[in-house]
Design a protein around this ligand. Structure first.
Ligand SMILES: Nc1ncnc2c1ncn2[C@@H]1O[C@H](COP(=O)(O)OP(=O)(O)OP(=O)(O)O)[C@@H](O)[C@H]1O
Length: 250
């Protein structure tokens, strides 16, 4: 499996002094206050922190789903702002896969058809899409459930389908925004373990967000968000760094 397609000297994704302001009526909301962060190829990064601290906004900027109010986003050293909308979408589709809190599967399609879809949209034949989708569903442990529609699957199984779908185009990076928010603690842990396994075996980089500190035990690089800024408890990307889990929720 050819997962990592961008292996330049530059980070996979870099944000420089990125801010994000929203306007609610008259009231401005400053969601990000000038973030500097680099995600390297093959990294596994947890973005954690309390509700409203800016985790989703940060994930959206890293994944090019949204643009910063000021500052820069670079993908493999290339300024995203310099790209046309089409070039930007093409780069995003080629580089990044997404997993969402609500799974976002298409209810009338089977697990297999859901996973085939990104490849078919990208122009792959049904035969190729089917073969690759089956491989990914097998990797996430769902080879016996390929014909099931989402409603016939548990939450944990639906999220596995969503992970298989995110991986099917062989992205260098998967962004998972609160992927465990709708799962019980056992399934939540298994989803994190699955992402860690895929990261270790295929080199796919992962950025996932959570407000649940208990899910951070196995994750070496943790970025703490606090009021739109990166907090001082964040762990830098250093191989072998393992940190003590602090006792209280952020
Ligand atoms: N589309 C929007 N319009 C207005 N304000 C927004 C919008 N999206 C986010 N915000 C605000 O920006 C701040 C950061 O929100 P964000 O969703 O990034 O935080 P979060 O840490 O992901 O929170 P949660 O864990 O609850 O999802 C919050 O004050 C939020 O209300």
């Amino acid at each position: 499996m050819n997962t990592v397609t961008l292996i330049g000297m530059a980070p996979l994704v870099e944000l420089r002094r990125a801010t994000k302001h929203y306007q609610i009526g008259e009231k401005p909301v400053i969601a990000l206050k000038g973030i500097d962060i680099s995600i390297q190829a093959r990294e596994f990064v947890a973005i954690w922190g309390p509700s409203g601290s800016g985790k989703s906004t940060l994930c959206n900027l890293i994944g090019m789903l949204d643009s910063p109010t000021s500052g820069n986003v670079l993908i493999d050293g290339q300024e995203v702002d310099d790209l046309s909308d089409n070039a930007r979408s093409e780069l995003r589709n080629r580089t990044i896969g997404f997993v969402f809190q609500n799974f976002n599967l298409i209810p009338v399609l089977s697990a297999l058809e859901n996973v085939m879809l990104p490849l078919q949209i990208a122009g792959a034949s049904s035969a190729v899409a089917r073969e690759r989708a089956l491989e990914r569903l097998t990797e996430v442990g769902l080879e016996k459930h390929v014909a099931h529609r989402p409603a016939k699957l548990s939450g944990g199984q639906q999220q596995r389908v969503a992970i298989a779908r995110a991986l099917v185009t062989d992205p260098a990076l998967v962004i998972a925004d609160e992927p465990t928010a709708n799962l019980d603690s056992g399934n939540a842990r298994r989803i994190i373990e699955l992402m860690l396994d895929i990261n270790a075996s295929h080199g796919t980089a992962f950025v996932f967000s959570t407000h649940d500190q208990r899910l951070l035990e196995s994750v070496k690089r943790r970025v703490l968000m606090q009021d739109g800024e990166i907090g001082s408890d964040s762990q830098p990307a250093r191989p072998g760094t393992q940190t003590r889990i602090a006792g209280s929720r952020p």
